[in-house]
Design a protein around this ligand. Structure first.
Ligand code: SF4
Length: 82
């Protein structure tokens, strides 16, 4: 699983960094991830990462699964294959 934060949508409330500080941190006024967009989230952190995405108040956290990449509606992209 891969993860990224849509910086244009993030409001920097810090929910993700509280739920999964191993992956998310606030940098300035937006959240950043400790893993790059092309790196996999360590398996043991996938659960907390999913929880952070579910709790994000503006759906700014995008999770990408192999072969099933879904984006929030505001991205205008529903599904891509990788
Ligand atoms: S929970 Fe969402 S809005 Fe809040 S800091 Fe994290 S990515 Fe940004």
């Amino acid at each position: 699983m891969k993860v990224l934060v849509e910086g244009d949508f993030c409001i920097g409330d810090g929910t993700c960094s509280m739920v999964c500080p191993e992956i998310f941190a606030i940098d300035g006024d937006v959240a950043k991830t400790s893993v790059g967009a092309h790196e996999d989230v360590p398996p043991e952190l996938e659960g907390p990462c999913r929880e952070a995405a579910e709790l994000c108040p503006v759906m700014a956290i995008v999770l990408m699964e192999p072969g099933d990449v879904r984006f929030p509606d505001h991205c205008g992209l529903k599904r891509l294959s990788c």
